[in-house]
Design a protein around this ligand. Structure first.
Ligand SMILES: CC(=O)N[C@H]1[C@@H](OP(=O)(O)OP(=O)(O)OC[C@H]2O[C@@H](n3ccc(=O)[nH]c3=O)[C@H](O)[C@@H]2O)O[C@H](CO)[C@@H](O)[C@@H]1O[C@H](C)C(=O)N[C@@H](C)C(=O)N[C@H](CCC(=O)O)C(=O)O
Ligand SMILES: Nc1ncnc2c1ncn2[C@@H]1O[C@H](COP(=O)(O)OP(=O)(O)OP(=O)(O)O)[C@@H](O)[C@H]1O
Ligand SMILES: N[C@H](CCC[C@H](N)C(=O)O)C(=O)O
Ligand SMILES: [Mg+2]
Length: 493
């Protein structure tokens, strides 16, 4: 049992009024149950102080506030300067600082976090460990899957997951560390043994405003958290800068392009639509990579995961066994086969670099035409839209711009932004034939209707997602299922 005064000890400068026994820790009023401590976070859209009467009615035992006058009479509370900043220290204390007893690896980077984390997890499992994972695909604790909404959850959810992992006998965990999480302190208080970086390219400028601020945000993982080992992609300029200046005890570098001087690099690469084979040169000797899924972009992710294995002290054989056993990452370069004579790949590319990489990975596997169906999410970085449009047109034979998750934006306005980048530069008319179809199912049907033997359709942006967010509503929608249904319709005609 935790008490309010015990938790106050985790917050230097906090003033404690009253005492309570606490059975939960919440930052969202809608999740409060009897006995909880409610932290009144002041955000962009809501002020937690407006929900204090509601959470007390729900049985909250105590409150953490920035304004004492908002507290209903008789309710115990902690007065702090910033509830957002208090949240993580409270969460770590409430759950007993679980990451001090768990080997934790964090992966940051614009693209490849989910894939890299899955590969790392497979390696730890091959070493015989019970593991946990936290990321875009949800969390796993041993063999149990626990869904959650964020790539990197808020600190109370994060620390609870770590505590559940320990309770389930896990000895290690791997997680995705989104830049939003670093800036908002969701991971504050975590002890990282290993921190890995995939790449930095444009995304999230709605939040970070400049690439410099975005780079600094990701750099926090290598500077503020002092991991034991930093695993860094030095092909990437930001990765090279993190390598030159970080607070890790040891830095391991990798180079997907095989640049001289890196600690880990690939030789003899062989690519196929559903496999990737190469030999990785590492400080421990050669690792034979036999991956059961494709995508040129996975080379870097595999090297980062090998860096993790090396940092953990696993043998090359264990690392190779883990990679070979790693199941395909759902919705990343994911083939859909429903009896058609052309290829269909569902992929999660939702950034300019992602679109460029997936189309460049698909091109050499395509004897016919490359047909791209893609869109851009609403309420997210607007400036990436015309760039994604331009890349889709330049790198495809047929590019169909459609909706991703429009969220609260007008889907046609999002498409205006996307197609603004798709006009061929005068006087050439090189590049793809361009189509615009706001309805994602119709766009996929259009692609399927056009495809001939030897063509590849890449359906980008939503990967594993089984929904489409329109307004505030999540409608069931799966690119894989829709592609399959539209192919079957075509074949039955
Ligand atoms: C920019 C950002 O990440 N914002 C997050 C942040 O918002 P905020 O601090 O402004 O809070 P707010 O929404 O104003 O709410 C203030 C407080 O009131 C609470 N509240 C709100 C309503 C209510 O009825 N009761 C209540 O108690 C909220 O729980 C919160 O504690 O805290 C909120 C509560 O946890 C999050 O919902 C919100 O995520 C927004 C919606 C979001 O879309 N975030 C995305 C961009 C994100 O985090 N993405 C990354 C992945 C990025 C990547 O690709 O790498 C992720 O980790 O998922
Ligand atoms: N190393 C990489 N370099 C460039 N693009 C990549 C890389 N790895 C993956 N991608 C592209 O990015 C997409 C998303 O991959 P993944 O889910 O692993 O990234 P992520 O960083 O976890 O994304 P998110 O920010 O949504 O969590 C893939 O479907 C692929 O198109
Ligand atoms: N983690 C990313 C996922 C984007 C996925 C894409 N389908 C979209 O909705 O924009 C984000 O929150 O920006
Ligand atoms: Mg992810």
């Amino acid at each position: 049992m935790t008490t309010l005064t015990q938790l106050a000890g985790a917050l230097p400068g906090a003033q404690c009024f009253g005492e309570a026994t606490l059975t939960g820790l919440e930052y969202d009023s809608r999740a409060v149950a009897a006995g909880a401590l409610f932290v009144a976070v002041v955000g962009e859209r809501f002020d937690g102080h407006n929900f204090l009467a509601d959470v007390v009615a729900r049985g909250a035992a105590a409150l953490v506030v920035e304004r004492a006058e908002a507290v209903p009479a008789g309710v115990p509370y902690l007065l702090v300067k910033s509830c957002r900043e208090a949240l993580a220290p409270l969460a770590c204390a409430f759950w007993g600082n679980p990451t001090e007893r768990l080997n934790l690896a964090g992966v940051t980077g614009t693209n490849g976090k989910t894939s890299t984390m899955r590969l790392m997890d497979a390696i730890a499992r091959a070493a015989g460990e019970t593991t946990g994972t936290i990321g875009t695909l949800g969390a796993t604790v041993g063999e149990t899957a626990l869904p959650h909404d964020r790539t990197t959850p808020e600190s109370p959810d994060l620390q609870r997951l770590f505590a559940e992992m320990l309770a389930a006998g896990a000895t290690s965990a791997t997680m995705e560390v989104a830049s939003h999480a670093l800036v908002m302190g969701r991971t504050a208080g975590c002890t990282f043994d290993i921190a890995a970086f995939t790449n930095l390219t444009q995304d999230h400028l709605d939040f970070h405003k400049t690439m410099e601020a975005y780079e600094a945000a990701k750099g926090m993982l290598f500077r503020d958290y002092a991991p034991r080992v930093a695993v860094l992609n030095t092909d990437d300029a930001a990765g090279a800068r993190y390598a030159a200046s970080n607070t890790a005890q040891q830095t391991l570098t990798y180079s997907p392009s095989g640049q001289a001087g890196a600690d880990i690099w690939p030789v003899d690469v062989q690519l196929a639509v559903d496999s990737l084979r190469f030999t990785a040169k590492t400080p421990l000797g050669d690792v034979v990579v036999r991956l059961g899924f494709g995508g040129t972009f996975q080379i870097g992710n595999v090297l980062a995961a090998i860096g993790y294995g090396v940092a953990r002290g696993f043998s090359p054989e264990t690392i190779a066994a883990g990679l070979a056993a790693c199941p395909p990452v759902p919705g990343r370069f994911h083939p859909v086969q429903a009896g058609q004579d052309f290829a269909v790949l569902v992929d999660y590319a939702h950034t300019p670099d992602g679109v460029e990489n997936v189309l460049k990975a698909a091109r050499p596997l395509t004897p016919g035409r490359l047909i791209t169906v893609f869109g851009c999410g609403g309420d997210r970085d607007r400036t990436k839209r015309p760039i994604m449009g331009r890349l889709a047109r330049e790198l495809s034979d047929i590019a169909i711009a459609t909706s991703d998750n429009p969220r609260t934006e007008d889907p046609e306005r999002i498409l205006d932004d996307v197609t603004a980048g798709m006009a061929p530069p005068a006087p050439t008319s090189e590049g793809a034939q361009v189509y615009r179809e706001v309805n994602r199912r119709k766009a996929i049907a259009l692609a399927v209707g056009m495809a001939k033997q030897g063509d590849t359709i890449v359906i980008a942006g939503k990967g594993h997602e089984d929904y489409q967010i329109i307004g505030h509503t999540k409608h069931p929608f799966s690119d894989q299922d829709v592609a399959r249904e539209e192919i079957e319709k075509c074949l039955s005609h």
